[in-house]
Design a protein around this ligand. Structure first.
Ligand code: AMP
Ligand code: MG
Length: 402
């Protein structure tokens, strides 16, 4: 039985080199950037106003007060999207708006609230407060310098990052291709939700959650019909799934019972079994195999086992497949609100919920068939074998936001 770290190393080593494609920035959110991006421009692109008001020379308004104000001659107006053709000379000002380029000669902006216009003297503006040089000016390059790194290769593009790239004028980026992942569920007892059950049957629930998890990992899920526990049918279904897919994820049929046919079926179609069984709970019977360049992940059928092994072993592989640098679930510090006990021989990834104060609560029964504690969880705590983590202990919580 492999340790989790060894299993993950072997999975990641089998992931093929990422292939890239160009996408428009509007389709790039959540994708893995394939190349570093250096800024083709300064940001802001030019000195501009942070306020609606008047562009001035700060030295002209040093003495400005509500009484007596400083009177400046209004030399013109510059709207956002325009440039001011002239220059702000001593004793003059220019009407300006947020985002308007700062006219030559001006070094500050007096906000509109600190000014008054005399309706009887429309050519002048009364300045009611002084401003220092640079006040309300957003300087060229203060946000980003031309040539500096806007984004790194291997990062998952966030909302803020694609906004930054757009602001720098990029319209397309190179990203890792997304794996198409066939999603299979095995089990003669399984019925599609929405149908009626005969005695002994249960609803198939793994593909629903796994499809969502695949999307969250940037993969493209391709669900296939439920497979009965028959060797020939399982082999055929696997072959049919591999054909259009880069990766196949199955659930069920990986334990030691007579109906656990997945490994045999996979080998029957020419797949190479890389390993079976990982020393974790839930999820020990996890299977990993290769089918040429393609990958097989055989998850155990119990819903908690399927989810946990997906997060620990499949998600990293799918992210790496797209070229991501960081593939582990994010670990966040938390403090246990109650003890977590693992009486077993394998480390137990226990389902927990982290509240807004960082307190970590068990979500209830931890058996691998229990779905309610899965539904309530937003994280996992790795509890060592034969150990109790006391209430109040600082723990690292593997988080997911979905
Ligand atoms: P298996 O891994 O096939 O031995 O299945 C372990 C347990 O998980 C059994 O109780 C199965 O009925 C259940 N199970 C397997 N696959 C699914 C599935 N896709 N949806 C819901 N339960 C499942
Ligand atoms: Mg089964």
């Amino acid at each position: 039985m492999l340790e989790l770290e060894e299993a993950l190393t072997r999975v990641l080593a089998a992931v093929p080199t990422p292939r890239n494609e160009g996408v428009s920035l509007s389709d790039a959110w959540g994708r893995v950037l394939a190349e570093p991006i250096y800024s083709p421009t300064d940001l802001p692109i030019f000195d501009n106003s942070a306020m609606d008001g008047y562009a001035v020379r700060a030295a002209d308004v040093v003495s400005a007060q509500p009484a007596p104000p400083v009177r400046l001659r209004l030399a013109g107006k510059v709207a956002a999207g325009e440039t001011f053709p002239g220059k702000v000379t001593g004793g003059t000002c220019v009407r300006i708006f947020t985002g308007s380029p700062l006219p030559a000669g001006a070094d500050a902006v007096v906000m509109q609230e600190d000014t008054r216009v005399d309706p009887n003297a429309p050519g002048a503006v009364l300045i009611l407060a002084p401003v220092g040089p640079g006040a309300n000016v957003r300087y060229r390059g203060e946000d980003v310098r031309h040539g500096s790194t806007l984004a790194e290769a291997g990062e998952v593009l966030s909302v803020g990052r694609i906004g930054l790239l757009a602001a720098a004028g990029l319209a397309r980026v190179q990203v890792g291709r997304q794996p198409v992942v066939g999603l299979l569920a095995t089990g003669s007892e399984l019925i599609e939700p929405g149908r009626s059950l005969a005695p002994g049957q249960i609803y198939e629930s793994n593909r629903t959650g796994l499809a969502a998890l695949l999307k969250c990992a940037g993969a493209v899920p391709k669900p296939f019909p439920i497979i009965a526990d028959v060797l020939a049918g399982t082999s055929l279904a696997l072959a049919e799934a591999f054909d259009p897919c880069d990766v196949v994820v199955t659930s069920g049929g990986v334990s030691v019972g007579e109906t656990d046919l997945l490994k045999g079926a996979f080998q029957h179609i020419g797949g190479k079994l890389e390993f079976w069984q990982v020393a974790i709970k839930p999820g020990r019977p996890f299977v990993f195999g290769r089918y040429g360049e393609k990958l097989l992940f055989g998850l155990p059928g119990n819903p908690a086992s399927a989810l946990v092994t997906f997060l620990l072993l499949v998600r990293p592989a799918l992210l790496r497949w797209q070229g991501a640098t960081s593939v582990a679930l994010p670990a966040h510090p938390g403090v246990l609100a109650e003890p977590l006990t693992n009486q077993g021989e394998r480390r137990h990834f226990m389902r927990v919920n982290v509240d807004s104060a960082g307190k970590v609560h068990s979500t209830g029964l931890q058996a691998s068939h229990v779905l309610s504690s899965l539904a309530a969880a937003n994280g996992l705590v790795d509890v060592p074998a034969h150990a109790t983590l006391a209430a109040g202990s600082a723990v690292s919580v593997l988080r997911w936001e979905y």
